[in-house]
Design a binder for this molecule. Structure first.
Ligand code: GTQ
Length: 349
């Protein structure tokens, strides 16, 4: 292994300029940057977006820009390490906060990126996916998988705000991102919350689906009240120092519900400080309830309700509940499913 590789400056200028003019470059001056030793050279910064900072700007966006002029009224959480204009929270994960006001409609469309919504505040919001009306209550996770028609509406009062997570940086990065606008809203083909009636209980699935090929995305809405209760059950049987963490899965496969992005919920017990296993995937943490600290590669970030934090790949993360008496609940988006499919998923001891 050579110690010091040749630099651009070591080459005759006319030779180098000739390479550039023919759309070529020498590898060796960039080899170490492209393939660093031991660990990726991470551009993603561990950035915190505080809800109390973003929310007023989002409400203001509702006054400045009518929904017809926005289609999706979203402020995007951009990681400065990746260039703000690239709209990446991490290299693969897009995060936006979307506002819809009473009576507004975010029109029907579909696209190649996968998307999910995680509801932050407000009542009366809904998303229609694949002809099924899905109520949006605080903490609910709603999937809008690639290619499925989806539109949002609001039948309640006051603002409804949710977090959007998409694999847009990945799909855009491979020149595969595009959308199709519908001429009209979807006719409702299924009962409201149909999937939650068919998959009302973990461990059992509609019998016919064993023989009929189950649809690829049988469960589109994961109600927070169920996930929260399941976390509390898991906490009762989880030894101290082990994470109380649940993965959102497809009930038929038992595996992640989307191809690229993974979703999980974490309960931090009163007074708990949890050292997470370092791993190859990047992630975004969102605070559902409670407050505390996240230590990321040695730097401490205080978090409160509805704050959002980007976690770079390979980061060493310790999560601490700020309360000695109450629980803290976190929602996590990561790109572990993508890493697993690519055969590059690693967990370090
Ligand atoms: O609600 O369909 O944040 O298409 C970005 C793109 C939300 C959406 C985003 C989208 C949507």
């Amino acid at each position: 292994m050579s110690e010091q590789l040749g630099r651009v400056e070591d080459l005759p200028k006319d030779y180098y300029d000739g390479l550039v003019s023919r759309n070529t470059l020498p590898l060796w001056p960039s080899l170490r940057a492209m393939l660093p030793h031991g660990m990726p050279g991470r551009r993603t910064q561990p950035v915190m977006w505080r809800y109390q900072d973003v929310r007023p700007d989002l409400i203001k966006a509702g006054e400045l820009t009518p929904i017809e002029k926005a289609e999706r009224r979203v402020l995007v959480l951009c990681n400065p390490g990746l260039g703000l204009q690239n709209m990446q929270a991490t290299a693969s994960i897009y995060i936006g906060l979307q506002l819809i006001q009473p009576g507004e409609t975010a029109p029907n469309h579909r696209h190649t990126p996968s998307a999910v919504r995680f509801v932050i505040e407000g009542e009366g919001g809904f998303t229609v996916v694949n002809g099924e009306k899905l109520p949006m209550e605080k903490g609910d996770l709603i999937l809008t998988p690639p290619g499925l028609w989806h539109e949002h509406g609001h039948e309640g009062r006051g603002p409804v705000i949710w977090l959007d997570a998409l694999d847009l940086p990945l799909i855009y990065g491979i020149d595969a991102s595009y959308s199709t606008e519908a001429q009209r809203g979807q006719p409702l083909r299924k009962a409201t919350g149909d999937c939650n009636l068919r998959y009302a209980q973990g461990g059992v699935v509609p019998y016919a689906a064993l023989d009929d090929k189950p649809e690829a995305f049988p469960l589109l809405r994961f109600p927070w009240k169920d996930v929260r209760a399941a976390l509390q059950s898991l906490a009762r049987v989880t030894p101290a120092a082990e994470p109380v963490q649940l993965a959102y899965v497809n009930p038929h496969t038992g595996r992640e519900c989307l191809a690229t992005l993974g979703f999980s919920a974490i309960l931090l017990r009163p007074g708990e400080s949890l050292r997470m296993k370092r791993r190859s995937a990047s992630a975004v943490l969102h605070v559902v309830e409670g407050a505390g600290q996240a230590q990321v590669d040695g730097a401490t970030h205080d978090f409160g309700a509805a704050d959002t934090l980007a976690l770079p790949t390979h980061a060493q993360v310790t999560l601490t509940n700020g309360s000695a008496t109450g629980e803290t609940y976190l929602f996590m988006v990561d790109d572990a499913p993508l890493h697993r499919k690519l055969g590059i998923y690693e967990v370090f001891e």
